[in-house]
Design a protein around this ligand. Structure first.
Ligand code: PRX
Length: 632
């Protein structure tokens, strides 16, 4: 691959070239992939008009690039390594040949159920090989996959099914998660009872746990009844470059979750290019990303990125704390993992468990460590670097988002000189800028501001499913002609970027993105609740914790309904959005126009009450004192 960056000089040349000769740069990368028909134009459209296109006129199928393309040279190489929840259970391995066969069978299974190009298929599954196989099967038949993380509630699942109008759902009877099981089919049944899910015609259930489930006649089918008899050949559907590949829901600062829409060719090139260059995985390496396929990291860096590069990808069913806090390191030791990619929240949690869990394992196989999902604090970075990486493994702190499709700012392993807690430099094709509140670009280094991207890149989202206007408003309107990330950042004197966190009402709790408005809406569903306001505060392990200020009906003021409020959040969103602290208040600080001053609530939750800033616009400043007195 002549586009693989091997040195700092290569990076500098590629970066410059990508901005100056954009079309030939990405055209050269795309040449190395399998096309049924070459593109007519590498790039057209722009951010101002929200009409970005890449490789227009091209025809391809991403799964031919993930699988078929490797059969000749890597047919017997392990494509997928599955590490089960219980360390004593069977490890599963799929070679590229076997994965190709399994994906073809699953594709034929979907086709037999009437799934066609453009149909939406919802995957609500645990981390088993059949999830990755289902993702690729959808892509092979041209169906748009919408994976919903197995930790979301029935109501959250129903909302996502309704929004994309899914025709078919694939789930498990239940999933293993540490010492618990998650009753996925039961939750799915509850969701499908709702009228919002009328679009669903069929449910395919893959048996993982052996949980007793109810199968609805005419709707529910067992995976094992359908799968085995399918042919292991399935011609891949011909897709246009800009045909939809997947939808993935994520939280914003307002309203319900947004269905982020990614299309085929641009996403493919971006996932492949960024994986190869950031991680620098070589032919015999063993790569493991600990994310769940329910999040974008699992899409781009468990599924598509590694397979597009012919790498071996590891899928882990369990959790870092089961059977004990040494599990990650035990898995690294057992399989001789070379590349390990995880989230700061996991690092902080394992750090807290003590060094012994790490020190008694042989981690000498490790070459590269990665971090994703939230800012990594220096203490966690140092622990990861010194104790896990033995001071020799480079750490790639990768900044990106569901919307960006793949990594945007990151060191390239072994190439970029890293700096603790800095995502460092942009990848080729990415032109980041910092802007001030007025929308003016902050020039020179060092600098600080809101992080925007100045030009379109192949992996960017193309729209929000069913709501193109919201797409324009959310990302492309705040700063004219630029993509606004929602993050704040600093640039040091060498031009290295450090991401400081969200500047909008989006929280990042254990690397999970949660909208404060969603949590408030859930809390407000409790019949005693009159109003609520949710903010984030620093949390040692989760990065951010959820602090909820809640006004309840005066007559009920004496009752303890904290558990019930948490129950509402579980019901409407899922346990990942559970408030860590709930403070009952009699009033919220509001401006004369009735707007809640979240800035003040945030400061109180963060114990930063020395300087509350300007409170003169408050309708009743005494409210603040009262809230401070009741601080938890
Ligand atoms: O705030 C940034 C944070 O995660 C947000 C994106 O969340 P999501 O779409 O769920 O994708 C997570 C996985 C890519 C960003 O707006 N974030 C992600 N990576 C980093 C980060 N913050 C700091 N440093 C990172 N490396």
């Amino acid at each position: 691959m002549e586009w693989k960056i091997k040195s700092w000089k290569d990076y500098q040349t590629a970066y410059k070239n990508s901005l100056e000769n954009t079309e030939s740069f990405w055209g050269n990368v795309a040449e190395t992939f399998l096309w049924q028909k070459k593109w007519d134009k590498v790039h057209s459209g722009n951010l101002t008009e929200a009409n970005v296109k890449w490789f227009e006129g091209g025809k391809l199928n991403i799964t031919e690039n993930c699988l078929d393309r490797h059969l000749k040279d890597r047919g017997d190489k392990v494509a997928l390594l599955f590490e089960p929840n219980d360390p004593s259970d069977q490890v599963q391995k799929y070679t590229y040949k076997q994965l190709h066969e399994a994906v073809c069978k699953a594709s034929n299974m979907l086709k037999a159920q009437g799934v066609k190009k453009g149909d939406r298929v919802c995957l609500y599954m645990s981390m088993v090989p059949e999830l990755l196989i289902s993702v690729l099967a959808c892509a092979r038949v041209g169906a748009v996959h919408s994976v919903v993380f197995g930790g979301f509630s029935a109501e959250a699942l129903a909302g996502r099914i309704e929004d994309c109008g899914a025709k078919l759902v694939i789930t498990n009877d239940a999933g293993f998660r540490g010492n618990k099981t998650v009753k996925l089919k039961k939750i799915c049944d509850e969701a499908l009872l709702k009228k919002e899910c009328a679009s669903v015609e069929k449910v395919i259930v893959h048996k993982r746990v052996g949980e007793e489930v109810t199968m609805k006649e005419g709707r529910d089918l067992w995976w094992h009844d359908l799968f085995a008899s399918q042919s292991s050949e399935c011609k891949a559907e011909v897709m246009d470059s800009e045909d939809d590949l997947f939808i993935l829901y994520t939280s914003g600062s307002t309203g319900k979750p947004k269905g982020i829409k990614h299309t085929t060719a641009g996403y493919m090139i971006w996932a492949a290019y960024t994986f190869a260059n950031v991680f620098q995985v070589e032919e015999n390496d063993l790569y493991w990303c600990t994310a769940d396929i329910g999040w974008i990291t699992g899409h781009s860096y468990i599924t598509y990125g590694p397979l597009l590069n012919g790498a071996t990808t590891t899928m882990f069913e369990g959790v870092p704390s089961f059977p004990d806090a040494g599990r990650f390191w035990q898995v690294v030791d057992k399989h001789k993992i070379t590349h390990f990619y995880t989230a700061p929240t996991a690092i902080r949690a394992l750090m807290g468990a003590g060094a012994d869990f790490v020190l008694d394992k042989d981690l000498s196989s490790l070459k590269v460590l990665g971090s994703v999902g939230e800012p990594i604090n220096e203490e966690a970075w140092d622990w990861y670097h010194d104790l896990v990486g033995k001071k020799v493994c480079p750490i790639v702190d990768t900044w990106w988002q569901t919307e960006t499709g793949g990594i945007m700012i990151s060191p390239l392993a072994g190439i970029t000189k890293e700096k603790a807690s800095f995502a460092t430099y942009p990848l080729p094709g990415i032109e980041p800028v910092l802007v001030d509140e007025k929308g003016d670009e902050v020039v020179g280094d060092p600098a600080e501001g809101n992080l925007c991207i100045k030009r379109a890149w192949p992996g960017m989202l193309r729209s929000i499913w069913g709501d193109h206007n919201r797409f324009i408003e959310t990302y492309l309107s705040t700063y004219k002609g630029m993509y606004f990330t929602g993050d704040g950042a600093r640039r040091d004197e060498d031009g290295k970027y450090r991401i400081t966190g969200r500047v909008d009402d989006v929280l990042n709790v254990s690397g999970h993105r949660i909208g404060t408005a969603e949590v408030e809406n859930a809390i407000n569903e409790h019949p005693f609740v009159i109003e609520s306001a949710v903010v984030g505060y620093p949390h040692d392990i989760k990065g951010q914790g959820i602090y909820a200020y809640v006004i309840i009906d005066e007559e009920q003021a004496a009752s303890d309904i904290k558990d019930e409020i948490i129950g509402e959040v579980n019901r409407h969103i899922g346990p990942i959005a559970k408030p860590d602290k709930i403070q009952f208040v009699t009033d919220l600080p509001k401006t004369r126009s009735g707007k809640i001053m979240r800035r003040i609530l945030r400061k109180i939750a963060c114990d930063e009450t020395d300087n509350l800033g300007d409170t003169s616009t408050l309708l009743d400043p005494s409210v603040v004192e009262k809230i401070m007195d009741g601080k938890i």
